[in-house]
Design a protein around this ligand. Structure first.
Ligand code: FAD
Length: 394
């Protein structure tokens, strides 16, 4: 590629995962040895993970004060002018088959093309569309998995550097300053961008974030080992419709709504009492926005082992979560079509329906749709007991 472009300088945006840093350091050493000018810059994040410090000089371990400090300190830089000309490598085709790669099942590339327009222009259009309307209702609708355009869907674009958080910040702030955007809705959106930043702070200072418990007490958590339960979870066969809908959405599209990510992560770590690392690894393999910082930080947050984590004893009830956030049942009906004809009242707990209702809806529990893998009340008590063993060690 160096030959093809005739480049004598190479610049790139810094990466922060340990494996990525090692690769980049190797490339830098190799190119420098060949006499090229090489430099890495910050571009993936608003600020470098070492920039924002507490009064005591450490990094922030709690989100709210971090967010306050970031808001106060951050001023997006003015964008540089576009280079007059930049010769890039010629990509022969976007088609996988022309590269000798044949789509496997499911057709990830096809699913992606339905939901995203990859590239800088696609990312810029997505941001503009979002700021043009949905952002004003973001605080109210962002938890509704059935409302696809209620959130920005920028995560894969941010993940692959097709847009930078500084561009998102700048455009959003500009909208607020010009009076086009309601400040509270827009700032709620920017606070989510700040969660991404915070995840990078945690990753940078804890390079093993994807493997090791941030809170070392969790090393003693009596996790279970149960391959069948894990398979049922990953394949969307737990018998809890909101969990199954989320896992099937993930498998078919590579995406899952944030609220549902929290529900399925809580279900794996608390109802099934399986180690959060198993879920993190599955998400890493299947998410289109799989991110080395946000993924482990969010898993640890949900499992209770992370920085500023949800307390372990806060166990999401998948029935009430489903009823609250997918009240119309549209999301579950889309991903669990075998439950389509159940009345709304039973959609999130099909086992509560009487035999006649199930029959009319064409649902045969244990046949067309699974029985719940574990009873909620029982799972809750088991998880709390497990957590108690940690408390006793302190
Ligand atoms: P919006 O609501 O529009 O938010 C805007 C942007 O802010 C997102 O694109 C994302 O970059 C960032 N963001 C939003 N919420 C979070 C959050 N909680 N933590 C960190 N950044 C956030 N996000 C990823 O980008 N990659 C992951 O691998 C990932 N794994 C997750 C695993 C679990 C268990 C959970 C609970 C959350 C995870 N998230 C991850 C965070 C969040 O679910 C996604 O960023 C969000 O759903 C993406 O949709 P959006 O772009 O429409 O988000």
């Amino acid at each position: 590629m160096l030959k093809e472009t005739g480049a004598d300088c190479v610049f790139w945006n810094r990466r922060y995962d340990k494996a990525e840093r090692d690769v980049d350091a190797g490339i830098k050493a190799d190119l420098t040895a060949r006499g090229l000018t090489v430099a890495s810059r910050g571009g993936r994040l608003l600020t470098e993970p070492w920039d924002i410090r507490t009064g005591a000089g450490g990094y922030y371990k709690v989100f709210t004060p971090y967010w306050r400090a970031l808001r106060a300190a951050y001023v997006p830089p003015d964008p540089l002018p576009r280079p007059a000309s930049l010769s890039g490598p010629k990509v022969k085709s976007d088609s996988l088959s022309e590269w000798g790669l044949h789509p496997t099942r499911p057709d990830w590339a096809g699913g992606l093309a339905e939901a995203w327009v990859p590239g800088e222009q696609g990312a810029a259009d997505r941001l503009a569309e979002f700021l043009d309307g949905p952002v004003s209702q973001y605080p109210d609708l962002r938890n509704r998995p059935d409302r696809e355009s209620a959130t920005s869907r920028l995560s894969p674009h941010l993940r692959f550097g097709e847009i930078g958080p500084a561009q998102v910040w700048r455009a959003t702030r500009h909208g607020i300053d010009m009076g086009h955007l309601d400040e509270s809705g827009a700032m709620t959106f920017l606070s989510e961008i700040a969660w991404r930043e915070f995840s990078y702070v945690l990753l940078y200072h804890n390079p093993d974030l994807a493997d090791e418990n941030y809170n070392p007490a969790f090393r003693h958590m009596p996790w279970r080992s149960d391959r069948d339960a894990y398979d049922a979870w990953s394949e969307g066969r737990t018998g809890y419709p909101i969990v199954d809908a989320g896992m099937r959405q993930l498998w078919h599209t590579g995406f899952m709504h944030n609220r549902v990510r929290m529900i399925v992560a809580s279900f794996l770590t608390k109802h099934l009492l399986l180690p959060w690392q198993m879920g993190e690894a599955w998400f890493w393999d299947t998410l289109v926005d799989a991110d080395p910082a946000s993924n482990p930080a969010s898993w640890q947050w949900t499992a209770g082992s992370g920085a500023d984590a949800a307390p372990y004893f806060r166990i999401f009830n998948p029935i009430t979560q489903g009823r609250k956030f997918d009240a119309s049942g549209d999301y579950v009906r889309r991903w669990c079509p075998e439950l389509e004809d159940l009345p709304d009242k039973y959609l999130h707990a099909p086992w509560e329906a009487d035999a006649a209702t199930l029959k009319v809806a064409g649902v045969a529990l244990g046949d067309t749709y699974p029985h719940p893998i574990i009873e909620h009340a029982l799972a809750r008590l088991r998880a709390l007991d497990a957590y108690d063993t940690l408390k006793q060690r302190r």
